[in-house]
Design a protein. Structure first.
Length: 408
């Protein structure tokens, strides 16, 4: 079974441990994400506050990820991940305790979200770069696709469970379940036997190391183009997730259970997109996939924004999730194949800035726009911008292919 192409990364014991632990942990993470959105919406009823919480949780990634990438290239990535996951578990326990004792206020959610963002600024670059440490370059595409499958499998299960729990016994138990789920990934990490990482010599300053990473990104035209498109999609398209509570409540009148179903539908689509990538044997043609998926993501968002039927909207979130995942995972793979090993952590930090770091500004912008012109119009505008970005990237794609071959 493990010899089938879709599962070839499972040949590596370390990756099997990583995958199993992350699947459990990410299910808890998605439970907390949905429950936290609903908690903020229940406490405030404000689209702006939903945007602000998204901003506070992800802006630290944009600001601090370059330092996290430099640390990832200089220090042991396995140890970084064990520490970051342990701190994340502690933060989830604190949020659970505050909520279950009915002492939680919006300011607590803001502070804990920001603290988790700081942790993620170190965790995400290390985790992205750690994939190669586990499976090598030959199975990199498959491992990234399987990671995306795992992420979105959890995205299906987590919101569905959260919708039931929030409606039945409240948000606090979702936060508590998420805290417990970190034990699985921490145990998996501690059981690994990873070859010693070849770290960047620490003679230079951290600032010089960060600048070296940015300089490489700036001079690599294909990587720069992939990151710019990813940043645009994250800024204008991804904030649809932040506005889901508004669609669930004000448009479909379905409450927390409807929110869980909508998020789960997007997760099903993303899982299918990740599985489609997992069966690919090489990177040829991935650039075209990036361009087409960004455009399809935007078009699907526009159609979703026009729908007023709950089940039609849920169905439209399937291609939304599919296209979003293909664009993100294909970009990740192409960048990792183009970057040298000694710069991997720093370049993946810039990837993190574009993928997660641009989202807070998008969440804030979406919250303000939704408060003025409504959530559907806001999502439609974001979709239109994604289509424009896709067209520009596609226009320059032939020249980017030439640059990529020359730098390989």
């Amino acid at each position: 079974m493990l010899k089938r192409p879709v599962l070839r990364a499972f040949r590596h014991r370390n990756y099997r441990l990583f995958f199993t632990g992350q699947l459990v942990s990410l299910t808890g993470t998605w439970m907390q994400s949905v429950a936290q959105s609903w908690l903020v919406y229940r406490l405030t009823g404000s689209a702006v506050m939903l945007g602000l919480v998204g901003f506070s949780s992800q802006i630290p990634v944009f600001l601090i990820a370059p330092l996290g990438g430099a640390v990832s290239d200089r220090k042991n990535r396995l140890r970084i991940l064990i520490v970051s996951q342990s701190v994340s578990m502690l933060l989830a326990f604190v949020l659970a305790a505050l909520t279950l004792t009915d002492r939680v206020h919006v300011v607590h959610v803001f502070l804990l979200a920001a603290a988790l963002g700081v942790v993620n600024a170190f965790d995400i670059p290390a985790r992205q770069a750690f994939v190669v440490d586990m499976v090598g370059r030959d199975d990199l595409l498959n491992a990234i696709a399987l990671n995306s499958s795992m992420f979105n499998g959890a995205r299906i299960i987590g919101p569905a469970i959260a919708g039931v729990l929030v409606a039945g016994i409240g948000e606090g138990w979702c936060f508590f379940a998420n805290a417990l789920s970190y034990l699985a990934v921490i145990a998996g990490l501690m059981m690994m036997n990873v070859p010693v990482q070849r770290c960047v010599p620490s003679a230079g300053s951290a600032l010089a190391s960060i600048i070296e990473g940015f300089r490489f990104v700036g001079t690599s035209v294909p990587i720069r183009a992939l990151l710019l498109l990813l940043g645009l999609v994250s800024l204008m398209g991804m904030p649809y997730v932040v506005l889901m509570p508004i669609f669930a409540d004000r448009i479909f009148h379905g409450g927390a259970s409807a929110l869980g179903l909508l998020m789960g539908a997007s997760g099903v689509g993303a899982l299918l997109g990740a599985l489609r990538l997992a069966v690919r044997q090489g990177v040829k043609g991935l650039g075209r996939w990036v361009a087409l998926s960004a455009g399809a993501f935007g078009a699907s968002l526009i159609l979703f924004s026009l729908s007023r039927s709950f089940w039609l909207s849920a169905a439209l979130l399937l291609p939304v999730g599919f296209a979003m995942m293909v664009e993100m995972a294909a970009s990740n793979t192409l960048i990792q194949m183009l970057v040298p090993d000694h710069l991997r952590g720093r370049v993946m930090a810039v990837y993190s800035m574009m993928f997660m770091g641009m989202a807070p500004s998008g969440a804030l912008l979406a919250g303000v726009l939704a408060d003025r012109i409504g959530a559907p119009a806001t999502v439609a505008i974001g979709g239109a911008v994604c289509i424009i970005g896709s067209a520009v990237f596609g226009f320059y794609l032939p020249a980017l292919r030439v640059e990529a071959r020359q730098s390989a």
